[in-house]
Write a protein of this length. Structure first.
Length: 130
């Protein structure tokens, strides 16, 4: 009985150790990405408010993310939630924002997508040279 217990512990320890490793974004994905948030309508209670399209720039470094929408720039940190075969999913915690930002970094094509906070639409951005 004791041998089985020791065997089970030894069998699962390597699995548990690898499961705890944080996923790191590779250096080739660092840099700046630019795009355009499409125009949309905001429900203002009594009427709909038209919101014009606006440029967006996302800069990703080793530990930080900087998101500039129009003239407003926000900085925060990110963690990699998931790595798939074709993309990484980043969870970004921006200073002064209650809701986090979600970015998908595609492994091919030098592009990312930003999930818009409702009612903002999702946006695709392409990598630019700094």
């Amino acid at each position: 009985m004791m041998k089985r217990f020791v065997f089970l512990i030894l069998a699962f320890v390597p699995f548990l150790l690898t499961a705890q490793k944080p996923i790191e974004l590779k250096k080739k994905f660092f840099g700046s990405y630019e795009g355009q948030i499409s125009s949309f309508q905001l429900d203002g209670g009594n009427d709909l408010i038209d919101v014009d399209s606006v440029p967006i720039r996302v800069s990703i470094s080793q530990s930080n993310v900087q998101i500039t929408i129009g003239k407003q720039m926000n900085t925060g940190v990110y963690s990699v939630l998931f790595e798939g075969d074709k993309y990484f999913v980043l969870d970004c915690r921006i200073e002064g924002q209650l809701a986090g930002e979600r970015l998908v970094v595609y492994k091919h094509g030098k592009k990312i997508s930003r999930e818009g906070l409702y009612p903002q639409p999702n946006t695709f951005l392409v990598k630019v040279k700094d």
